[in-house]
Design a binder for this molecule. Structure first.
Ligand SMILES: [Zn+2]
Length: 243
């Protein structure tokens, strides 16, 4: 793999694309490319009862401005991880088919609440998605048995079906990167949420952190990262709990 040590990507979980204030702030960010970063928009498709036409208009705008990503919340706008008897893989398949039927073909995926299980991974691989649901860090709010994937960096994950899925884990939240800036190691994949942009303190922190990050790492777009990670180390699912 081409060394990624000196590079960074930034992605956003776009959870409230139908909120006018949140969307306006996010669209402005995509247009401005702060500190040279083309932010990857992981868009949450509309839940039942949400305005599909407005959503599609905004998704098409996002796709004009950056490589488009897909974010699934299995339980609706405020419930990220699957709960109850939901078939997580079927939900993802349904969303991908809904998107493709409307001429939108996001290529990058991030599961809500960092959820990833084997059927979801197989579904993503079948649609030729690149997954970003893994993290290099552990979430303190998830218990040990919670389905998720922890990897030390980009990996090609060999699934039980024989399919291969490229995984580009997130390395930092906004708060984590703020704390780590002076002792950064290696590749950075920063993630944040669209609603953070309408919180003045968080929005300011994002811009400050991006400027500081730019002094330490070169910006990559997610498709550039995908190309550079094409020969990342291979691992077998589900042995992928690297700490
Ligand atoms: Zn989310």
């Amino acid at each position: 793999m081409t060394s990624l040590e000196r590079y960074a990507v930034v992605s956003c979980h776009v959870e409230q694309p139908l909120d006018d204030a949140v969307w306006a702030a996010f669209e402005r960010l995509l247009e401005r490319r702060p500190a040279g970063f083309v932010v990857t928009p992981f868009l949450r498709p509309p839940a039942a009862g949400e305005d599909e036409e407005l959503w599609l208009e905004r998704a098409r705008r996002a796709a004009q401005l950056a490589p488009l990503g897909h974010h699934t919340h299995w339980g609706g706008p405020t419930q990220a991880r699957p709960a109850g008897a939901v078939d997580a893989a079927e939900v993802v398949r349904g969303e991908i088919e809904w998107l493709r039927a409307r001429d939108l073909a996001p290529r990058w995926f991030c599961g809500g609440g960092w959820y990833l299980d084997e059927p979801v991974a197989e579904t993503l691989a079948a649609f030729d998605y690149v997954d970003c649901s893994a993290t290099t860090f552990r979430q303190s709010y998830l218990d040990d048995a919670a389905p998720r994937l922890q990897l030390a960096g980009p990996r090609r994950v060999r699934l039980p079906s024989g399919a291969s899925m490229l995984e580009l884990p997130a390395t930092h939240s906004l708060g984590m990167l703020g704390r780590d800036l002076l002792r950064l190691h290696g590749f950075v994949h920063l993630h944040f949420h669209d609603w953070e942009l309408v919180d003045r303190r968080r929005a300011l922190a994002l811009h400050t952190v991006l400027r500081a990050l730019r002094l330490r790492r070169k910006p990559l777009t997610i498709d550039q990262l995908t190309d550079r990670a094409a020969n990342a180390p291979e691992i077998d699912w589900p042995r992928g709990l690297e700490t």
